[in-house]
Design a binder for this molecule. Structure first.
Ligand code: PLP
Length: 398
């Protein structure tokens, strides 16, 4: 369609500006979807660059800056950047801080796709050793002169092992290495990794932080000089977070504290119920006294252990299918951290591509189910699991 006269051309511009006399102070940050901001001339553009103003959204965006400020505050950090997924927070950080010839020590029980990404680094001449981070001697034994990064999750996905962040940070620093911590499961409400000595903390905001299952986003928080290095690469990789996702997740984070505390208390009750049920052979939850790192978790997390737990259900694939079908409130879904309780089967999702021998080393079995506990009424939640288990018992009794 061509526009031949001014009247038609105006269609392209009418309704595009807010009258400055009518704008006061919006109670909530408006959503800035504009890909670019107009500048008057070359000098104005230079001026925009100099004051880190908004010119092009891949580099700077008001909604992304807003959530970065919020994450900096929550993580008690100097600065943060926001990425378009949790995975891009991980990949951007590692690519920015590593060069060919470097060596990384990582926990062997990390989220499956974090392990898969770390393995791809060998293409760039970066070698990774996977160890049990709960065994500090084992961590120390693989550190060498080229080690630049120690990498762990605070509480790992899906085995719920708890890393001693202070001790691992000391080990990293005594070898001039950085400690990077993925704090997705605990969130800054329950644990501050930077305060305990980590150099970089990563969150998949897709999960608990946003909490409503409608965005993918990640954050990286660290000292300003580290963030500058990461940001410079991020703009080139194009992994900056989407404005609308940033806006939604900012709203989600406002209630993070309330949600995570309720999720933690629901999770402790559900873990205790499952531990006492005859159809459950194992429960992994750091709040239980039976958890191998319970004492460490008690000291490190001040009595709240997060909304994630895993357990093994006695039986075969058919038993698991029956159990999933009989759950009512709880949905089988490939995500976590939302307000509703969801359940997943790691062998069929996060560790689908993990070789059998590696799953065996980590302890991931076909019977393992991972639960992300929501904010439902506690009694309703327990009843949901109790009912589904009772239907298996009924079938087995027939
Ligand atoms: N880190 C952990 C611990 C996760 O569980 C996940 C996803 O489940 C990620 C990172 C990746 O996050 P995203 O799906 O936002 O890329």
């Amino acid at each position: 369609m061509t526009y031949k006269n001014e009247q038609n051309t105006n269609i392209l511009y009418k309704g595009n500006k807010i009258n400055p006399n009518r704008v006061s102070d919006p109670e909530v940050m408006p959503l800035y979807l504009s890909t670019a901001h107009n500048v008057a001339d070359l000098d104005d553009l230079q001026n925009t660059y100099d004051r880190k103003g908004y010119a092009y959204t891949r580099s700077h965006n008001a909604n992304r800056d807003g959530i970065a400020e919020l994450m900096t505050y929550l993580e008690q950090s100097e600065n943060s950047v926001i990425t378009n997924t949790g995975m891009s927070a991980i990949s951007t950080t590692l690519l920015a801080l590593l060069t060919s010839g470097d060596h990384v020590v990582a926990d062997k029980t990390l989220y499956g796709e974090s392990i898969d990404f770390l393995k791809t680094l060998s293409k760039y001449g970066i070698l990774v050793d996977f160890v049990d981070v709960t065994n500090l001697d084992e961590v120390a034994s693989v550190i060498n002169a080229n080690t630049r990064i120690l990498y762990t999750e605070t509480v790992s996905n899906p085995m719920m092992t708890v890393a001693n962040i202070k001790a691992i940070a000391d080990l990293a620093h005594s070898h001039q290495s950085y400690l990077i911590v993925d704090n997705t499961f605990m969130t800054p409400v329950l644990f501050h990794a930077l305060t305990d000595g980590a150099d970089v903390v990563i969150n998949s905001l897709t999960k608990f932080a946003n909490g409503h299952g409608d965005v993918t986003l990640g954050s990286i928080s660290a000292k300003a000089e580290i963030i500058e290095k990461i940001y410079n690469l991020q703009v080139l990789l194009g992994t900056t977070g989407d404005p609308f996702d940033s806006w939604l997740a900012t709203r989600g984070i406002r209630t993070l504290d309330l949600r995570v505390k309720k999720q933690s208390s629901n999770a402790l009750s559900l873990a205790t119920f499952l531990e006492n049920h005859q159809l459950i052979s194992k429960v992994y939850y750091a709040g239980l006294k039976s958890h191998p790192q319970h004492d460490l978790a008690e000291a490190q997390f001040s009595n709240q252990y997060g909304g994630m737990l895993s357990f093994e259900l006695k039986g075969d694939r058919q038993t698991i299918n029956k159990f999933l079908q009989e759950l009512n409130l709880t949905k089988y879904a490939m995500t976590l951290g939302g307000i509703r309780t969801t359940i997943s089967h790691p062998v069929s999702s996060s560790h689908y591509d993990t070789p059998e021998e590696e799953k065996a080393k980590i302890g991931i079995t076909d019977q393992l189910l991972r639960v992300s506990v929501g904010i439902e009424d506690e009694a309703d939640l327990i009843h949901d699991f109790e009912y589904a288990l009772s239907q298996i018992e009924l079938e087995e009794g027939e």
